[in-house]
Design a protein around this ligand. Structure first.
Ligand SMILES: *[C@@H]1O[C@H](CO)[C@@H](O)[C@H](O)[C@H]1NC(C)=O
Length: 349
């Protein structure tokens, strides 16, 4: 046995050795933690995406500073980060517009900054996508007329900003999804995302080089689930890469609205939640009992003076209620997986 002796000359050496082991141990833990943090992306492999991000989560790293142009009967609004790696064209749903994706600012006084649209754009900018939004010329997208206009603007915009070498990707929600699914037959997107939309595949001959397609949808929309399943099958039959992301309902919390909507303060958010609970608009667990578009939640808020007639956040609140209900709404909750989809198909050609 090795006998300990307080005055042995090796004791100092042992102390140093122990300290080195301790330092090495701590370093190992730190490095491991760092690697785990790096590899863990928000929401990844999580079927139940709950809003974790706040409206200002990207500050101060990413700020809105969009450019815009009005041309050929429509408007284009865009932002290009430093050293962009790809282009993302986003098509809104019916009644949407390019201005919904960007915060109101001196540079864009008519911008609306809807909570999901703006967060989707911020996610994309953070991942170095140059983001271009264009408004449809009518309430919904016109598959013929808008196709010509958008192709013209895309070409003009890419040349103007010298982005010729960059891979193109596209995301369309609802009517925008129909539009993107058709546009993808003659614009060379590396991959596309169809959100709450089955696309117009039954009306086309799907070419073999059709881009990889990710369907992001809300299964509560039963009728659409069936059509999406059929179209996924049709795409697969042509050897095209397809993916599916299901977005489920989630409960409201007292601070959900102030967390997600820039300008809506916490007191108002909590007051709205309390009224919703009292009125039975949400159940005891905070879930929406019904589609927020079908109930007069605004009236309940007016009664309590929480909402005036010209309340500017009504459409912002409506969007979050629809999202929480999990039925046919724009969503940014799956932004990470959506951008992973785009990134994993950037070098397709
Ligand atoms: C606008 O429309 C005209 C006429 O169709 C066309 O020549 C022009 O290229 C379009 N501009 C853009 C930027 O698409």
């Amino acid at each position: 046995m090795f006998a300990r002796h307080p005055n042995r000359p090796s004791s100092a050496w042992h102390k140093t050795q122990r300290r080195q082991v301790a330092i090495f141990g701590i370093a190992l833990i730190l490095v491991t933690t760092f690697i785990i943090l790096l590899r863990t992306r928000p929401y990844s492999n999580h079927p139940f995406a709950f809003p974790k991000l706040k409206w200002n989560s990207f500050r101060p790293f990413i700020q809105f500073s969009p450019s815009m142009e009005f041309m050929n009967g429509t408007d284009a609004i865009w932002q290009i980060p430093n050293s962009p790696k790809a282009i993302l064209f986003i098509a809104h749903g019916c009644s949407g517009k390019a201005a919904n994706f960007w915060d109101r600012s001196p540079g864009c006084p008519n911008c609306v900054g809807l909570p999901e649209e703006r967060l989707l754009v911020l996610h994309a900018l953070a991942r170095k996508f140059a983001v271009l939004t264009i408004s449809s010329t009518n309430v919904c997208w016109d598959l013929k007329r808008d196709r010509k206009i958008v192709k013209g603007i895309l070409k003009w915009w890419i040349e103007k900003n010298k982005l010729e070498g960059l891979p193109l990707t596209a995301l369309g929600a609802s009517s925008g999804g129909y539009f993107i699914s058709a546009l993808a037959t003659d614009v060379k997107f590396r991959s596309v995302v169809l959100m709450i939309s089955e696309g117009v595949f039954e009306a086309m001959e799907i070419p073999r080089n059709y881009p990889p397609t990710l369907f992001v949808h809300m299964p509560k929309d039963r009728a659409r689930v069936g059509r999406i399943a059929e179209n996924m099958e049709a795409l697969r039959a042509k050897g095209i890469d397809v993916g599916e992301l299901k977005c489920m309902e989630f409960p409201l919390t007292p601070r959900l609205l102030s967390d997600r909507i820039p300008g809506l303060d916490q007191t108002t958010s909590i007051a709205i939640f309390e009224i919703f609970k009292e009125k039975g608009i949400v159940n005891d667990d905070g879930y929406m009992r019904n589609d927020g578009r079908k109930i007069d939640w605004k009236e309940s808020l007016k009664e309590r003076d929480v909402l005036s007639d010209k309340y500017e956040w009504s459409s912002h609140i409506q969007e979050e209620l629809n999202l929480a209900f999990g039925y046919h709404e724009m969503t940014s909750l799956q932004s990470e997986q959506i951008l992973n989809w785009f990134e994993s198909h950037l070098s397709r050609f």
